[in-house]
Design a binder for this molecule. Sequence first.
Ligand code: AMP
Ligand code: TRP
Length: 350
Amino acid sequence: MNQSVAHEANPMPRKRVLSGIQPSGDVQLGNYLGAIKGWVDRQDEKDNFFCIVDLHAITVPQDPNELRHQTRSLAAILFAAGLDPSKSNVFIQSHVPPHAEACWLLNCVTPIGWLERMTQFKDKARNENRERMSTGLLDYPVLMAGDILLYSADEVPVGEDQKQHVELARDIAERFNRLFGDTFVVPEPIIPEAGARVMGLDDPSRKMSKSFADIRGHAVRLIDEPKEIERTINRAVTDSYNEIRFSDDPERSGVNNLLGIYKVITGKTTEEVENDFASARGYGDLKRSVGEVIISELAPIRARYVQLMDDIAELDRLLSLGAAQAIAVSGPKVDEMKERIGLVLQGGEL
Ligand code: AMP
Ligand code: TRP
């Protein structure tokens, strides 16, 4: 065998990637640019698991029928956006029992103080009555740590807002390894350089969020019609400087956000983007161009989404394939966790 053939036969193992997304609210441009697009772009180089985290979604009240619809709709969006079932295992978290099991096991090694310090929890807790807030909301990052650690994920590609939760998963992995011996891969958060934080179009001081996707003018939803996208972008908050440049001045964050969106979608450099607008006459021109690039990116996704939602049986079949692959990896891992902890495995030790 010559060397190049030998090399092909024994390639470097692919990095294992796992990420998750909640089926609550409508998927918006920030989810796409901060997370999904990167998953799609790199799926050829990696060994991929993408989890639709319905158990995370129920940490806040959900309407049952709406949740069911949103879960399938999200699956259709992920496939429509380009996740290919032959390269990426896309599955529903609740189809894979080891996730809930791992959460319990990890709960018992996670100090409660670590959870009370999470920024997302503190933000949510500030606006909620503790008598109504679910325990799940506090425990949310432990379930997420389980999602990641069960798959021995090397990389966790997420938007900036989830970095702290991935760091917590690292701390939990290290603690478990210390207590019970080397069990988990310690994962790395992978945050995209551009698109990591797409801001609300109605209020560029807060991030674009699924939870506000229904508020007029806040977000471009992935399956919006082109006319709707145009309207939302035209309404986007800007400023009175009338200068189309990147800037970290908070007063200019609206324009900066529009330029950022344009930059990630076109893949251009900062200079190239600013050049594109050198002869623009004003924010009207900027909004027109940004609207156009968004529409040309999203229109084919929308068309595939409509087709997929027309054949729910096929969609469910693809999700079952993903779940089977997920169980094949996470089942033995959760048994390993149980054995290390000292639980008696049904049928004897591993
Ligand atoms: P979630 O909407 O919280 O389920 O988030 C799913 C993924 O999208 C996570 O990786 C988030 O970090 C990412 N994400 C959510 N909102 C944004 C945003 N406005 N900008 C960039 N990434 C985001
Ligand atoms: N908490 C993440 C979010 O709201 C979603 C998520 C759940 C996740 N489990 C995960 C992300 C595992 C990455 C890895 O965005």
